[in-house]
Every structure is written in C-alpha cells, then in structure tokens.
Design a protein around this ligand. Structure first.
Ligand code: TPP
Ligand code: MG
Length: 285
C-alpha cells in the first residue's frame, strides 16, 4: 500500500538531487491534506522535466504539447466546470513557449491553479536559457552569456489581473505547502512560481543560491494591495516568497459561459443534438 493518497510507485526520470522531487513531495502532502476527490481532479502539463510531474501521481492528467498546457486546461474547464484543475509545468513551458497563453488565460480568470517549477533553465533539453535565466548566464547555446533580462512572472501576473499570485521555494517545504494549499482553495486563477534547483544544468541558481537570495514578504503586507504587491514583485534583494496578491469575489471564466446560464450540467454530459448540428452545417454549404 502507498503511504500517501495519490502516491504511486513508478520509474522517475529525474536526476538525483533534482528540485522536482521536492515539489513532488510537497504536492503529495498538499493533495492529502486537502482531501481532494480524485474523480474531480485533473492535472495538466506541457513538455519538460517538470511537466512529467503528473505522471508521477495517481491522478487524471493531460500532457499537452510544449507550451500548451493552459489552452488544454481552459478547454477542460469549459467542458466540465466542476473539475478541479491543477496545471503543473516548467518555466520554459509556461513562461517561454506558453507565455502568450499565460497572459491571455490570466485575463479570463478561470478557476485553476498554475504551479511553475522555476529552475531558471530548460532542464529536459539539457541546459539552454529559459525566460527566467539570469542575464549573463552561459549555456551551451548562449555561449557568450544570456543577453536578455529575465522575465518576471510574479509582476506580469499581478499586472494582468491574476487574482492570486505567489512564490514558493522547494527549500522551504512547510511554507510552500501552505502557499500552494491557499492557491488551490482560491476561487479564480492562481499562479504559484516555485523556485527550485536544476542540479545538472544550472550551476548558478543552486539550492544554496535560492536560500541566500530569498526572504518572506513582511507579515503586515495587505494581500489585496495590488501596487504594493507589484513593488514587492520587483525586489531582487531578496526575491520575496509568499502570497503577493489575492483578491476574492471576481467573476470567473466559467460564469461567462452562456450554456451554463440556465443549466449546470457539464457540457461533456449533455447529448448532442445532431439534427441541429446538421442544420448549421447544411447552411454553410
Ligand atoms: C514546440 C517545441 N519546441 C521545443 C521543444 C523542446 N523542448 C522540450 S522541453 C523544453 C524546455 C523545457 O523547459 P522547462 O519547461 O523549464 O522544463 P524543465 O525541463 O526545466 O523542468 C524544450 C525547449 C518541444 N518539445 N516542442
Ligand atoms: Mg525549467
């Protein structure tokens, strides 16, 4: 018998010492503590080492194309608004290839939690720069050092109107667990950027680097103060951890879907009326 619900014994393709294990352990505790019903829970990811995470839990999941976790997640929400959705993927996947989807998914405020393994590198493809890589970092592709300045996911999410924005660090299991739990319980779009080391391909942002360069948001911070949240998001000394911004009671994506106005039954359960579909198609001939 497995020790924790949602745990499975399986071959894991991560390097020894990878921060992905730490986030996996955090997530197994979070899922157990929240007593989520596995039938109404779906994980979604894209491609990358981090994106393999859902394969290592005993859950329903959808593995999309690289960068395409969010459109798939929005589609699942539209077909079944009752589904609890957790997107878990990498910084390259969500902020790089999927960056445009992130911007526009935030604007819709779907009720889902997006957890990003932020190791500041493309791990799976062996160490190219990701959007969050430090300027100057040398990689097998960026041999003279990364010229672009880093993407700031927390500031972007606050600016776009995400209704919950936080950052955790795998190095602090207990506090990161609480942040992720709050994100999952939040109604609306929640982004949790999670700092973690890539021991094989990022020799700069090590476990020690994350420890030395992070600090918690002061307790007196009012989570609904958006401008203050934004100024905390710009800090790099330290990079703050905790909940930057949370606002409740904002209408969610699902509330705008007209087919649910008078009938709650999820679309996927409804019978298709083929004669109506045929009529529409015939009109287009
Ligand atoms: C369209 C497309 N472009 C590029 C790739 C190659 N590719 C696969 S994973 C990946 C980067 C993954 O980085 P990240 O999301 O940070 O995950 P990590 O491996 O670091 O956990 C890339 C570039 C791909 N699979 N598909
Ligand atoms: Mg990465």
């Amino acid at each position: 018998m497995n020790a924790k619900p949602f745990d499975i014994t399986t071959d894991v393709a991560w390097c020894p010492g990878c921060g992905d294990y730490g986030l996996r352990n955090i997530m197994l505790d979070v899922l157990a503590d929240l007593h989520l019903n596995s039938e109404n829970l779906c994980f979604v990811s894209g491609i990358g080492q981090a994106a393999k995470s859902p394969q290592y839990y005993d859950v329903n999941y959808f593995n999309g194309l690289h960068g395409r976790a969010l459109p798939a997640a929005v589609g699942i929400k539209a077909a079944n608004p009752d589904m609890k959705l957790i997107v878990q993927s990498g910084d390259g996947d969500i902020y790089g290839e999927g960056g445009n989807h992130l911007i526009h998914t935030i604007r819709r405020n779907p009720d889902m939690t997006v957890i990003v393994h932020d190791n500041m590198v493309y791990g799976l493809t062996k160490g190219q720069a990701s959007p969050t890589s430090n300027q100057g970092m040398k990689t097998p592709i960026q041999t003279a050092g990364v010229s672009a300045f880093p993407f700031n996911p927390v500031a972007l999410a606050i600016t776009m109107g995400a209704t919950f924005v936080a950052r955790g660090s795998v190095g602090d299991k207990e506090k990161t667990k609480e942040v992720i739990k709050a994100a999952i319980l939040h109604k609306g779009f929640a982004l949790v950027d999670v700092f973690q080391a890539c021991v094989s391909f990022n020799k700069i942002n090590t476990h020690k680097w994350y420890k030395d360069n992070t600090g918690y948001i002061p307790e007196e911070h009012q989570k609904n103060d958006r401008l203050k949240a934004l100024s905390l998001a710009f800090s790099e000394e330290p990079f703050f951890l905790g909940i930057f911004y949370q606002v409740e009671g904002i209408k969610i994506f699902e509330d705008f879907i007209s087919v649910y106005e008078n009938l709650h039954e999820p679309l996927y359960k409804r019978n298709r009326n083929m004669s109506v579909i045929k009529e529409i198609m015939d009109q287009k001939k």
